[in-house]
Design a protein around this ligand. Structure first.
Ligand SMILES: CCN[C@H]1CN(CCOCC)S(=O)(=O)c2sc(S(N)(=O)=O)cc21
Ligand SMILES: [Zn+2]
Length: 239
């Protein structure tokens, strides 16, 4: 398929050439401005159940580090909040920068975080396969969690213990933040960041881009798309 990346030639500002939806009306990420978000009474609490999540593998897909889960049943689901159905956990991955407060995809009043964790879920009630859901306007729900650098521990990759204490969130209708940029994502961004140690962030930064076919190695960092135009969308806030 079309090769894309985060470099000068193949990065976010050139994705529109092969993926015209990059200039669509519900692109992600966005800059979230808290006092412009509307508090919505009928946004119920988010319900996250990862107790029996079963990870299958961890891989470097050349764009991020991805942990895949068994999504053959409803054992790991997210529901409530803006969602009309339970959405099944499929994978999680990270976006990060080379230093400091650059690296997250969403920003809050222009402020970025060192990294952003995306837990990707799909609507298995309405769609038969993940692929089908990934192109439907209500097919995916991605939970975004900001990571900021400080010296604490985070215990491995069990998503349950990657969640902050508060599940207060912002939500809006958006897209995948990488090609194919499908406008199929209900975004749920938690307000409270989790803290990871510089050591862990360093580990993320150490990951190399490794593409089987091309042998030149690029450092995998700054794998984030900048905020996209809101185009009149409403951002809602949980109570
Ligand atoms: C590098 C490609 N990243 C894609 C791969 N998938 C999309 C295509 O799937 C078709 C079956 S995905 O649904 O796993 C997904 S979610 C996000 S993000 N950053 O918006 O959370 C990007 C991507
Ligand atoms: Zn992502």
């Amino acid at each position: 398929g079309h090769h894309w990346g985060y470099g000068k030639e193949d990065g976010p500002s050139s994705w529109y050439k092969n993926y015209p939806v990059a200039e669509g009306n519900r692109q992600s990420p966005i800059d979230i401005v808290p006092n412009e978000a509307s508090r919505d009474r009928d946004l119920g609490p988010l319900m996250i159940n990862y107790d029996h999540c079963t990870s299958i593998n961890i891989s470097n897909n050349g764009h991020s580090v991805v942990v895949e889960f068994n999504d053959s049943d409803d054992r790991s689901v997210i529901k409530g909040g803006p969602l009309d159905n339970p959405y099944r956990l499929k994978q999680f991955h990270f976006h990060w920068g080379g230093k400091g407060h650059e690296g997250s995809e969403h920003t809050v009043s222009g402020k970025g975080f060192a990294s952003e964790l995306h837990l990707v879920h799909w609507n298995a009630v309405k769609y038969k396969t993940y692929g089908e859901a990934s192109t439907a306007p209500d097919g995916l729900a991605v939970l975004g969690i900001f990571l900021e650098g400080s010296i604490t521990d985070f215990k491995g990759f069990n998503p349950k213990c990657l969640l902050p204490s508060s599940l207060h969130f912002w939500t809006y209708l958006g897209s995948l933040t990488t090609p194919p940029l499908h406008e199929s994502v209900i975004w749920i961004v938690l307000k409270e960041p989790i803290e990871v140690s510089e050591k862990q962030l360093g580990m993320l930064r150490m990951l190399l881009f490794t593409e089987e076919e091309d042998n030149q190695k690029m450092r995998m960092e700054n794998n984030f798309r900048p905020p996209q135009p809101l185009k009149g969308r409403r951002v809602r806030s949980s109570n």
